[in-house]
Write a protein that binds this ligand. Structure first.
Ligand code: HPA
Length: 352
């Protein structure tokens, strides 16, 4: 197997120069750099990153812990993270904590044992143990999708990136109210996630903006999953005064709601108008086409990598939270005719 010495000899340069080209540690003249790259290519030289890690204490790897990887929303986030990591020469180690705090601590501990340089995590609904673990080992961390509070008295600094939740959900409600609906229900996500809390807040804001009363019975818990949402939707539709419109707070729960409607032989939008949080590939293929809030999932992943690399470069800087805008994709499940206007973009949130 070719070594760095072989590369240096073939290129006619010192071993230090080969090292500078490989690690971008010092500028190298373009012609010299090209000679080194040609020698690497001709000899099929493969750097031993394990050996390099022993010297640098860096593994050029990122740990990614995201639940429900099969959910297209999170799969697209993963694609954004992967593309950003690759662009900067980092590889990924991926784990699925299954939204279970204990499982989450276990997989994050394992990622730390592999000495990833930093982690990108979509935290569970009870992340206190996770935060203790990360703070104890001072792991450079970016949280995505779900926001967490810094533990009281802790100096642990981390960054976060998520999408706008409140105002877009309010918009779904006011849109349905503008179509004349007075009983608008919500199938809400897993309690304890910031996304769930913010979307419930948005639902309430939407009702208030439309001058509609808030009826607690119209908020059902779908726990962010299809099965629970199917059950929750059935419950809503068996109320003495059932809703005439429904907002589902994520893509999995939209599937559950649609299953419940099919089981009850009810049709959208005539029996129940429907607006969803999360757009996905098939949303346009249902009849009627689903009116939805689209999250910039790939961009969330890309920004998480950017924030993590920034933190690796400046470990002491204060934590930042980045909110990305989502967009309203106006289709027909809300009851509007097909000639609806093109997507309207939500205001970009501030970086704090
Ligand atoms: N958070 C935000 N959006 C989502 C989620 C989630 O956990 N699942 C599907 N869409």
């Amino acid at each position: 197997m070719a070594t760095m010495v072989d590369v240096a000899r073939r290129a006619g340069v010192s071993i230090a120069t080969v090292s500078h080209v490989l690690n971008a540690t010092r500028p190298v003249l373009p012609a010299t750099r090209q000679a080194v790259l040609d020698a690497i290519d001709e000899l099929g030289y493969t750097p031993n990153t394990l050996a390099r890690s022993l010297v640098t204490s860096r593994t050029r790897s990122i740990g990614l812990a995201v639940s429900a990887i099969s959910n297209p929303y999170f799969t697209e986030i993963l694609q954004g993270v992967e593309a950003g990591a690759l662009q900067h020469g980092y590889s990924l180690l991926i784990a699925d904590p299954h939204d279970d705090p204990e499982h989450e601590r276990k997989v994050v501990q394992l990622l730390h044992e592999r000495r990833v340089d930093g982690m990108i995590i979509a935290p569970s609904a009870a992340p206190e143990g996770l935060l203790r673990l990360l703070a104890q080992h001072e792991v450079p961390t970016v949280f995505l999708d779900r926001l967490v509070d810094s533990p009281v008295g802790s100096s642990f600094r981390f960054d976060q990136v998520c999408t706008e939740n409140t105002e877009p959900t309010a918009h779904l409600v006011t849109h349905l109210a503008e179509r004349g609906h007075r009983r608008i229900a919500l199938v809400a996500g897993l309690p304890g996630l910031s996304t769930t809390t913010e979307r419930i807040t948005g639902y309430r804001h939407g009702l208030a903006q439309a001058g509609l009363p808030h009826d607690e019975r119209l908020v059902a818990h779908g726990n962010s999953q299809a099965d629970a949402a199917e059950e929750a939707t059935r419950g809503l539709l068996s109320l003495p005064a059932p809703p005439t419109a429904l907002v589902t707070a994520n893509n999995a729960m939209t599937i559950g709601a649609l299953r419940a409607l099919r089981g009850l032989r009810l049709s959208v939008p005539d029996d129940l108008a429907l607006c969803c949080f999360d757009d996905f590939a098939w949303a346009d293929l249902f009849t009627p086409r689903l009116t939805a809030i689209s999250q910039p999932s790939k961009e969330i992943g890309a920004q998480a990598v950017r924030l993590l690399l920034d933190r690796l470069a400046s470990p002491e800087r204060t934590g930042r939270t980045l909110r990305l805008p989502s967009s309203f994709v106006h289709r027909t499940s809300c009851g509007c005719p097909d000639s609806s206007p093109e997507p309207e973009h939500h205001r970009k949130g501030p970086e704090s």
